[in-house]
Design a protein around this ligand. Structure first.
Ligand code: ATP
Ligand code: MG
Length: 360
């Protein structure tokens, strides 16, 4: 994390630079208040500022007040020779987040900086989540309108193809239109699933029944890719779910498993259901390419995909398409149901994704 140290005393600057760098911070130095203000208004400003109160140019207090006025979110620690309570209260009132009298013990400064870092990270996390939610509903809204425009294209292309008197050239062209419209429809459906479904229609459902439905939906791919599917579905109580949403999750997991098996000598998928620790589970295991440990968290991020254009030419995922929404949307659906999706994987041996749902 980037930290600005502004102090007109070169010895203090050097000392703080050495200490903060040794604690892993990226230090930016300013020799007076005007220079500090310039740094804080850069395109990539520091997230924490350690400011002297009295400096040439703007004072530390003036910088705090101006940051507050301009809405700059930098975490401001005032480090000063002043030590009266009234001075501390004045500094905090003016916009400082923390106040410490000099001389400061290095370990205390280290702890104060750690507090600042935690706060900055928490704010960044919240902002990221809010931005994602906003982007999500925007994308889903656009996708919805696009889908409405795409439907007549698909309908008319399909109805033209039903004609028997089409010449070969025209038929080929219309087939291309139909194929593109089908792909556009798949894509928009995925994009629409990003927005959280606030209108879930929950009902008591049989997870085993739903699993068999999802297998049926993927059966053409299983046959085409010669994938053997084994099920081990235990007798479990009904669960309160939005059937369409949860079926969507299982179809996604099965689709990913099929892609993972593309280059595997052993093409097996095992689907299990059962109950553990008062939770129902549905587990999809494949004997596919597996996922590296450092990617196990990333795969649930929106738009994270290693397929198609995101894949290296030698990757088994090179020839399949991916948007990177399947797992993100599936995890959201699972958490909206009070459940979760967990994953275990070993590169070269396969993966197991488990959907957990609370017992109704
Ligand atoms: N069973 C699996 N085996 C190996 N890698 C997997 C598996 N499931 C997911 N992944 C990895 O996680 C990434 C993200 O998966 P996700 O389903 O979110 O997106 P996608 O499949 O790439 O695209 P789509 O939006 O069409 O589902 C995949 O691109 C792939 O790299
Ligand atoms: Mg997927």
């Amino acid at each position: 994390m980037k930290v600005l140290v502004a102090d007109d005393d070169i010895i203090v600057r050097k000392l703080l630079n050495k200490l903060l760098s040794s604690w892993g911070y990226q230090v930016v130095l300013a020799a007076d208040g005007d220079e500090a203000w310039k740094v804080l208004n850069d395109s990539d400003p520091p997230q924490i500022a350690v400011l002297d109160w009295v400096m040439s140019g703007k004072t530390g207090i003036e910088i705090c007040a101006e940051c507050q006025k301009a809405g700059l979110s930098v975490y401001r620690i005032l480090l000063t020779a002043k030590e009266k309570d009234e001075e501390m209260m004045y500094a905090l009132d003016q916009g400082a987040h923390d106040f410490k009298s000099k001389p400061i013990k290095p370990e205390i400064l280290k702890s104060r900086l750690a507090v600042g870092k935690r706060l900055v990270e928490a704010i960044q996390d919240t902002m990221r989540a809010e931005r994602l939610a906003a982007v999500g509903s925007l994308v889903a809204g656009v996708a919805h309108h696009f889908n409405n425009l795409n439907l007549p294209v698909l309908m008319y292309a399909s109805s033209i193809l039903k004609k028997t008197d089409l010449d070969t050239k025209t038929r080929k062209k219309v087939e291309k239109i139909e194929k593109a419209a089908i792909e556009a429809g798949d894509l928009t459906e995925k994009l629409m699933s990003i927005a959280s479904n606030k209108h879930q229609k929950k009902e008591l459902a049989d997870l085993n029944h739903l699993t068999n439905d999802a297998i049926e939906i993927n059966s053409i791919t299983f046959d085409k890719d010669e994938i053997s599917v084994r099920t081990d579905l235990k007798s479990i109580p009904k669960v309160l779910i939005d059937i369409n949403d949860i079926r969507h999750v299982v179809v996604n997991l099965l689709g990913n498993a099929c892609h993972a098996l593309i280059a595997s000598p052993e093409k097996k998928i095992i689907i299990k259901t059962g109950m553990e620790n008062n939770q129902l589970y549905l587990q999809v295991t494949d004997t596919g390419c597996g996922i590296a440990a450092n990617k196990l968290q990333k795969i649930f991020s929106p738009f994270y995909s290693e397929k198609g254009e995101f894949a290296e030419p030698e990757s088994p995922f090179y020839k399949v398409k991916g948007v990177g929404i399947g797992l993100y949307a599936s995890k959201n659906i699972a958490t909206d149901h009070g459940g979760d999706i967990t994953v275990k994987s070993q590169v070269g041996h396969g993966s197991t994704f488990t959907l957990w749902l609370p017992v109704a």
